[in-house]
Design a binder for this molecule. Structure first.
Ligand code: ATP
Ligand code: MG
Length: 357
């Protein structure tokens, strides 16, 4: 029997509720498929852990995680603690420590979900955003002179390396090769940002030459926002910088109907380290503890994790179960206009998995 070790880190707020639900669904799949086993270890790291120990995770946290096959992550952030501390102390420490440079964000309108686009059919909204997750605009370079003075100047320097751009571009093209459309849209702003973005354009052209089966188009980031709204059916794989893809993927999550549906994967394509799978949403303290968080994003990212672990049939079975629940007449959670609780959706997805047998 194939065995995969999973480190589960629910962390903060609704992260705890959705990871608990996700683990129930994965356990159901494991029982029904019967040909793999998930050995799950839960780690109580996050903001509560910080309050007890002064750290978001133990000093040797990365060493502990290194041996796992994947990380199933909830959400981090606490209204009583600075974002910098909670984010860098846990989530970004893992992303950077394990060189998870490819952030993958599928955007798909699931059956039965009424997104904000009038007349959009599920087949019209089905693309994936690949976000460069290790450099670019979020490198933390820059500074301020004459703090508080009228002559104050702040600089924010993006770092784009040939290696960094090339590896994310190659990842996007390889991903396109696994999809039916085989198209990559390269997002830049090279008409206004004339160094890093021009490097992106050049490397896109080099990599495109190595993938003749993949159609390529170049899109400026401002034009991409309108295209996502007006012509989503023209998109397949969208590759963009850390900042651009950050913004585009929030728009993508909105197009798919709710933040509560949108999944993401932080991948180390070299597979030297575990990759990390999480819902896009945050800890959402406004609804934490109420039992109404939408667990669908966490289920979907669980399917991405299974796929990454080589369990494609189980991943497909989970996606079909999710689609049966959204596409049936079952009431969904309040963020989607329904009245169901997290537990009710979890039970519905589990029984859809059983029915599939
Ligand atoms: P962050 O600071 O990481 O952005 P946050 O606590 O601000 O996190 P978000 O996750 O950004 O919260 O979510 C914004 C709002 O969307 C939440 O306050 C919540 O009402 C809603 N929301 C987010 N995720 C879910 C979910 N899974 N189910 C239901 N509602 C959600
Ligand atoms: Mg937020």
């Amino acid at each position: 029997m194939r065995q995969h070790s999973i480190a589960a880190i629910p962390a903060d707020g609704i992260g705890k509720e959705v990871i608990a639900a996700g683990l129930q669904v994965l356990a159901e799949l494991e029982r029904r498929c019967g040909d793999f086993r998930l050995a799950v270890t839960e780690f109580p790291w996050g903001s509560d852990f910080y309050r007890q120990t002064g750290r978001m995770m133990p000093a040797d946290g990365l060493d502990t995680l290194r041996g796992f096959d994947a990380i199933y992550f909830g959400a981090v952030g606490d209204p009583g603690l600075p974002d910098d501390l909670t984010l860098w102390g846990l989530r970004l420490a893992i992303c950077q420590g394990f060189d998870q440079y490819a952030n993958v964000r599928p955007v798909r309108l699931l059956p039965g979900i009424a997104g904000p686009l009038r007349n959009a059919r599920p087949e019209d909204v089905d693309f994936v955003i690949v976000r460069e997750n290790s450099e670019g605009e979020y490198s933390g370079n820059g500074g301020r002179t004459h703090r508080g003075q009228p002559e104050e100047v702040a600089t924010e320097t993006s770092i784009f390396t040939r290696t960094g751009v090339r590896r994310i571009m190659e990842f996007a093209f390889r991903l396109a090769m696994t999809r039916t459309r085989r198209q990559v849209s390269v997002v830049t702003k090279s008409n206004a940002q004339r160094h890093g973005m021009v490097l992106w354009d050049e490397i896109a052209a080099e990599v495109a030459a190595a993938f003749p089966e993949v159609a390529v188009d170049k899109v400026l980031v401002d034009a991409m926002t309108t295209r996502m709204v007006l012509k989503p059916e023209s998109l397949d794989v969208v590759v963009a910088t850390n900042l651009h893809a950050d913004i585009l993927s929030d728009l993508g999550a909105a197009l798919a109907g709710s933040l509560g549906i949108a999944p993401t994967a932080n991948i180390d394509p070299s597979r030297r380290y575990p990759s990390m799978f999480e819902p896009i949403h945050g800890s959402a303290f406004d609804i934490a503890g109420k039992g109404i968080a939408n667990p669908l994003a966490t289920f979907w990212t669980g399917a991405m994790m299974l796929e990454h672990l080589g369990e494609a049939p189980a991943a497909a079975r989970l996606m079909r179960a999710i689609e049966q629940v959204t596409g049936g007449n079952f009431p969904l959670t309040p963020d989607l206009g329904g009245t169901s609780t997290t537990q009710e959706i979890t039970a519905a997805v589990c029984s859809a998995i059983r029915r599939e047998a």
